[in-house]
Design a binder for this molecule. Structure first.
Ligand code: ADP
Length: 494
């Protein structure tokens, strides 16, 4: 465990950002909240407050919406030549790369994840922006076969002012999920990072201006959900909400957005199964299972929290999983050998700890971990429960922590029944060497993302989103363009 102070751990650029004023980005300027409100930023590795940022109230939301509306109305972004939009988004990607080290430090400070993970994520952010920079010049409508009396064509137009409400687990990657396609389609945007992790979004806002994204096109409002997020959802000047977060909040957003009939896309929670058949490569499956549940300390929507394992290999699989997982180095994000960081907050620590307790009470057996770690910060042990039945709460409810539930099965049908046996449907994995079985399972599983003999892989061209209560709308690839454009039909009588 490191005893260095925060100042010791940060580069001079990250430090100077941290010590400077961190206002709201509205209309190309950083300003304090209208009512002077502030939001504390806490380092989850220590539980200590490291700095504060402005807390956007409803008056700030009004101003940001007015700024984004004006920027949309005068076409300062949407009317730019697509090749110029592309050039500027590409410049933003380059700036993220150039400032990747500093952004990664801020991300690790905010989220607590290992620095190497944050550095890797900054590469993803740059690549995702670059991917959507390529789309600016390729979005178009069609000419439709309406017969000889008409010319029928469609225009793909931006939706208008979008609000991207994002979670704290992958803050800047999630920002890029929204900013990339929203801008490629010609919209303006208000980005609202989670209250726990406001830092990189603000620095990113500075980089947007530096890249030549005009004032008002990207606004950044730091604040909480109840006040800031809710005001965006209810605001008549916002045309679309792109939300990533919990199913519970997604449900609230849907209800509130109904008041103004906003377009809404929701990427929500999950309880994703990895189904491991006896013919699988056990070592590879166990390694991927670890990655699936220990990545980000289990705080990701596709966490592989249910390991559904064929009876005949169950004990061997659990042995390998537990043996490897017990070597995992848990530590602060800036500790050189850390492989798994803390949970994000005290609240999350209580939630995850309570599920550890619930698992015990439900009669599941602890094969690994099961407790809070005795050190400052919000650390828990990597935890594996065995003897789990799929109807237990630890198998049904999203824990959002490093807690795996191992559930045995007898045959294919039972495996798929268990796999589909929750209200969620975000992702699922199948591990087998039998090609037919893999494809049959891929069809049968009710999830938006299926992995075969892998876990947690993403590809920018491949759509991502949920079935059932894991949300709707597909992000990434050309599919995001449907979320950020609306189609207009023009019928010309000849
Ligand atoms: P988690 O449960 O993972 O902490 P949440 O779903 O609570 O995530 O939060 C994700 C994002 O949604 C955050 O930016 C948060 O501020 C925002 N949020 C929370 N509640 C609301 C709400 N009622 N309306 C709008 N946004 C909200």
């Amino acid at each position: 465990m490191s005893t260095a102070t925060i100042e010791d751990r940060l580069s001079s650029t990250a430090r100077s950002f941290l010590t400077g004023p961190k206002g709201l980005l509205i209309d190309g300027e950083f300003r304090p909240a209208a009512d002077g409100g502030l939001l504390a930023v806490v380092d989850p590795s220590t539980g200590e407050r490291v700095t504060e940022v402005a807390f956007a109230g409803t008056a700030d939301v009004d101003q940001a919406v007015a700024s984004a509306r004006a920027a949309f109305a005068d076409g300062r972004w949407s009317a730019l030549a697509p090749i110029e939009q592309s050039r500027r988004l590409e410049r933003l990607a380059v700036l993220v790369e150039e400032h990747g080290a500093e952004l990664a430090e801020l991300e690790t400070l905010d989220v607590g994840k290992p620095l190497a993970q944050s550095q890797w994520e900054m590469g993803l952010v740059a690549d995702l922006l670059r991917y959507y920079a390529g789309w600016c010049t390729k979005i178009h409508g069609d000419v439709n076969p309406a017969g000889t009396d008409f010319l029928s064509y469609t225009l793909r137009e931006p939706v208008g002012v979008c609000a991207g409400i994002i979670p704290w687990n992958f803050p800047l990657v999630m920002a890029a999920f929204k900013v990339g396609p929203a801008l490629a389609c010609g919209n303006t945007l208000i980005l609202k990072p989670a209250e726990q992790t406001p830092l990189t979004a603000l620095r990113f806002g500075e980089l947007c201006l530096e890249a030549g994204i005009p004032a008002g096109v990207v606004n950044v409002l730091t604040g909480d959900g109840e006040t800031t997020g809710n005001a965006l959802v209810e605001h008549p000047g916002v045309d679309k909400i792109a939300f990533t977060g919990s199913t519970e909040v997604g449900r609230k957003i849907m209800v509130k957005a109904a008041g103004t009939l906003k377009k809404v896309s929701l990427e929500l929670g999950g309880k994703s199964p990895s189904i491991i058949f006896a013919d699988a490569d056990l070592e590879a499956a166990a390694t991927a299972a670890m990655q699936g549940i220990w990545t980000n300390a289990g705080q990701w929507c596709v966490a592989g929290s249910r390991l559904v394992v064929e009876q005949s290999i169950h004990d061997t699989f659990v042995d390998v999983l537990v043996q490897h997982s017990s070597q995992l180095k848990v530590g602060g994000g800036f500790d050189a050998d850390s492989q798994m960081g803390p949970l994000i907050s005290d609240e999350q620590l209580s939630r995850v700890s309570s599920y550890m307790e619930i698992g015990r009470e439900e009669g599941a057996e602890l094969a690994l971990g099961g407790s809070r770690m005795q050190r400052p910060g919000y650390f828990v042990e990597p935890t594996v429960f065995t003897g789990v039945r799929n109807d237990m709460r630890i198998a049904q409810e999203e824990i959002f922590g490093p807690v795996a539930a191992v559930i045995p099965f007898g045959g294919d049908e039972e495996a798929l029944r268990i796999g589909n046996g929750t209200d969620y449907g975000l992702a699922a994995a199948v591990w087998t060497r039998d090609v037919s079985r893999a494809h049959r399972a891929a069809r049968a599983l009710q999830a938006g993302q299926i992995w075969v003999n892998s876990y947690g892989d993403f590809d920018w061209s491949t759509p991502f989103g949920g079935y059932k209560q894991s949300g709707y709308g597909r992000e990434l690839g050309k599919y995001s363009l449907d979320l950020y454009t609306q189609m207009k039909s023009v019928l010309v009588r000849l």
